[in-house]
Design a protein around this ligand. Sequence first.
Ligand code: FAD
Length: 503
Amino acid sequence: AAVDNAPAVVVGSGYGGAVAALRLGQAGIRTLVLEMGQLWNTAGGDGKVFCSTLAPDRRSMWFRTRTEAPLATFLWLDVVNKDIGPYPGVLDRVHYDNMSVYVGRGVGGGSLVNGGMAVTPVKSYFAEQFPTVDADEMYGTYYPRARTMLGVNTIDPAWFESTEWYRFARTSRKAAANAGLKTAFVPNVYDFGYMQQEAAGTAVRSALAGEVIYGNNHGKRSLDKTYLAAALGTGNVTIHTLERVRSVSRAGDGSYVLTADRIDATGTVVETRQYSCTYLFLGGGSLGTTELLVRARDTGTLPALTADVGAGWGTNGNTMLGRANHVWDTVGANQATMPVLGIDDWANTANPVFAEIAPLPMGFEHWVSLYLAITKNPERASFTYDSASGTVKLGWTPAQSAVSVSMAKNLFDRINLANATIYRYDLFGSASKVFADDFCYHPLGGCVLGKATDDYGRVKGYDHLYVTDGSLVPGNIGVNPFVTITALAERTMARVLAEGTAP
Ligand code: FAD
C-alpha cells in the first residue's frame, strides 16, 4: 500500500484530538487527523443533519439494527428503542464484559452527543487526582483557556426560575433541598441565548425539541464549530473521515507507521491505508487510545510501552437512576435536554457524590426525576489484549459497579426519605434494576498521566508519541470530564510546542 507522509498525525477528533490539531496547525505544522466517524454537516431527506432522540433512524447509532438508548424501557414497555438500518451513526455503545460505554463517533467525538455540561472540578480534588500537575497553573491558565475556546456559558437565573423547560430541574432541586442538600448551577456549551429564542418561538428548536444524544441540529457549540473549525482555519490541518486506525508501529528511522481501514456507509472496508509521521498524537478517547496502545505493546509493534498502559481505568463512578415524584410535584411535558443543575454533596467525605439533574424529555408529564450520579468510586480496571480473539478486553466487575451504586443509593435514599418518595423501577429493563450499573458516559483512564506517560502526556518508552485525551485521567474526576480533558490537552500542547520537541 502507498504510504502518505505527514509531519504530525492526530488519531481521533474529540476534545484531546481537537486541541492537538489546533495548536499544531497554529504552530505551522502540517497535521493529518484520522477520524473513524463521519463529518456531520449534510442534511438527510428530512432536511436535518441529526435525528431526534424520540424518532431515531440510522443516523442515531454506530452500525446497529436497533438503537440501544440508556433507558431501556418506560413503564416496563420497550417503547424507547427502535429498529434502524446499519450506518455510521453518531452514538456508539461499546460493550465490554459487565460494562458498556457510550461514545461519540464523528468529527467532534463526544462533543456531538454529550449534554454539554462544562464543569471545572474542585481544585483540591484535581490536586488529589493529579499530584504531579501544578494546580495553580491549571486553574490560572489552562482551565480558563479551555472554557473560552469551548464557548462555555451559563443560563440566565431569572429565565431558569420562570421557564417551563426547566421545571424538571426546579422540582429535583426542591427534593434535594428537603433533604438538606445543596444544588449548584453548572455551565454548558449550549448557547443559552439561542435556547431562549427557541422558547420564544423565534428559532428552530433543538435542545427544546428533544435533541441531544443523537446530535443537536442547532445551538450546541460542539468541537466542529470551535476547536476544529479554528484548526482547519490555520490551513495546516486536514481531516480524513471514516478512517479507523487499526495499528501503530515504528519504522527503523524512528517514524511512526499507522495502518487505517477506510470504510463506506455500509461499514465495508474499501481501502487499507498506511500513514507515516514523525510526531503522533493519540486522541481516540479512553477506549480508542488505550486499545491502540495495549494492542501495540502486546502484539510487539511498540514493545517498549510499559505495564501501566491499559491500567487505571474507571467509570467516573457513573450511576443513573430515576425517582418517582408525588403527583403534585410535576416535572413538565416540556424539558430542555441540556442539564444545568447538579446536587453537590462532594464535600461529604463519608459519601462524596455529585449528581447531575438530568432531563427526560418524553413530551408528556411522567413525574420522573432522572439523575446521573458521579460518585467517588475508587475501583479501577485494566484493559488486556486477548491473543486468541485478537480483541482488547476490559476487566471491570459487577462488584466494582456495586461500589458506585451503594454511594448513589446512600444519597438518594436520603432524598427519598425526606420527601416520602420512591425510586422508579421501570427504566432499566427489569424491575430489579433501579440503578443503571452496566453503562457509563465518562470512560476515563487507561494511559494515566504520570504513569503510562510522563507528566505531560508523553508516552513512556518512546519519543514523539503523545496522549492528549481522557485516557490520561485516572478513572475519576468528580464532575463531567470534558473541560478537564481539554485543559490538560492545552497544557500538554503548550509544553510540547514550547520545548520544540515537535517540528
Ligand atoms: P472522544 O470525545 O471520545 O473522541 C475520540 C474520537 O476518536 C472519537 O470521535 C472516535 O470516533 C475517534 N476514534 C477512536 N478510536 C479511533 C481510531 N482507532 N481511529 C480513528 N478514530 C478513532 N462530558 C462532560 O464533560 N459533560 C457532559 O455533559 C457530558 N455528557 C455526556 C453525554 C453522553 C451521552 C456521552 C456519551 C458522554 C458525555 N460526556 C460528557 C463525556 C464526554 O463526551 C467525554 O468525556 C469526552 O468526549 C472524551 O473526550 P476525548 O477527547 O477523550 O475522546
